[in-house]
Design a protein around this ligand. Structure first.
Ligand SMILES: NC(=O)c1ccc[n+]([C@@H]2O[C@H](COP(=O)([O-])OP(=O)(O)OC[C@H]3O[C@@H](n4cnc5c(N)ncnc54)[C@H](OP(=O)(O)O)[C@@H]3O)[C@@H](O)[C@H]2O)c1
Length: 209
C-alpha cells in the first residue's frame, strides 16, 4: 500500500517509519526544510521517499499530522482529498497548545471531513509520538489499545489494519462523531504525561470480560 504523510513532525515521521518498516511505500511531505525530509527518508529505509503534499495525497491512504492551526494550509497544499481515506491523528488545539479549540458539538475529525470531503478516520491521537518512536509498542506483555472512529466502513477497515501493524490493538469507537470523545481523551493523555508527571511512555488498555 502507498501511504502519504502530510506533516512530518514527531507524529508523521514516527508513523511513516513504522509503516515503511512493514513494507508499505511511504511518501513524506509538508516540511519547511527539504533536508529534513531527505534525512527522514534515509532513516525510514528503502520504502520511503520525499514528495510534495500533492504527491502524498495521491497515495492509497493519507495521514494528516500537522498542527491544527495549519490545517487549511496543508489541505490547500494537498489539493483535492475528496473520498480519499484519511487518517487524522490531530488534536484541534488552540494556538498556545493549552486547550482544545473545538469540542462537544463538533470535533477536529468532523471538521476535517467537512473541509476535505475525505473518508476521515480518527486514530493515533491518544498516544505520544515517543511511544511510536520507541523500539516496541508493548508495555510488558500488554499491547496498548488504539481507539478509532469514522463513518466509512471500508476506510475504517484499512486504518484498523494500519493500527495493528503499528503495534496497537485497534478498537472501533463507532462513527466519526465519536471524535468528540477521542480528542479530549488525547488531551487527557497529554496532561497526565506532561502536567501530572507520568511521562510520555504511557498508553491505554481497554479491559473486557
Ligand atoms: N506529538 C505528539 O505526541 C502528538 C500526540 C497526539 C496527537 N498529536 C497531534 O498530531 C499533530 C502533529 O503533531 P506533531 O507533534 O507531529 O507536530 P510537529 O512535530 O510540530 O510537526 C508539525 C509538522 O508540520 C510542518 N510544518 C509545515 N509548515 C509549518 C509551519 N508553517 N509551522 C509549523 N510547522 C509546519 C512541520 O515541518 P517542519 O518543522 O519540518 O517545517 C512539521 O513537520 C498535531 O495536531 C498534534 O496535536 C501529537
Amino acid at each position: 500500500m502507498h501511504i502519504g504523510i502530510i506533516g512530518t513532525g514527531a507524529m508523521g515521521s514516527a508513523l511513516g517509519k513504522l509503516w515503511a518498516k512493514q513494507g508499505h511505500t511511504v511518501t513524506f511531505s509538508y516540511s519547511r526544510n527539504p533536508a529534513k525530509l531527505e534525512q527522514l527518508v534515509r532513516e525510514a529505509g528503502q520504502n520511503a521517499r520525499a514528495g510534495t503534499p500533492q504527491e502524498a495525497a495521491a497515495a492509497d491512504v493519507i495521514l494528516i499530522s500537522v498542527l491544527w492551526g495549519l490545517i487549511d494550509d496543508a489541505l490547500a497544499a494537498a489539493g483535492s482529498l475528496k473520498d480519499e481515506v484519511v487518517v487524522d491523528c490531530m488534536l484541534p488545539m488552540t494556538a498556545d497548545d493549552s486547550a482544545l479549540a473545538i469540542g462537544h458539538t463538533t470535533s477536529g475529525g468532523e471538521e476535517l471531513a467537512k473541509k476535505s470531503g475525505a473518508r476521515v478516520v480518527k486514530a493515533f491521537n491518544q498516544i505520544f509520538s515517543d511511544v511510536l518512536a520507541a523500539d516496541d509498542r508493548k508495555f510488558g506483555a500488554d499491547t496498548p489499545t488504539m481507539f478509532y472512529c469514522g463513518d466509512d466502513s471500508e476506510a475504517k477497515k484499512v486504518v484498523a489494519d494500519l493500527i495493528g501493524q503499528a503495534g496497537f490493538e485497534p478498537v472501533d469507537a463507532g462513527r466519526l462523531e465519536r471524535a468528540r470523545l477521542l480528542e479530549p481523551l488525547g488531551l487527557l493523555i497529554g496532561v497526565l504525561a506532561l502536567e501530572e508527571g507520568l511521562g510520555e511512555q504511557i498508553g491505554l488498555k481497554l479491559l473486557r470480560r
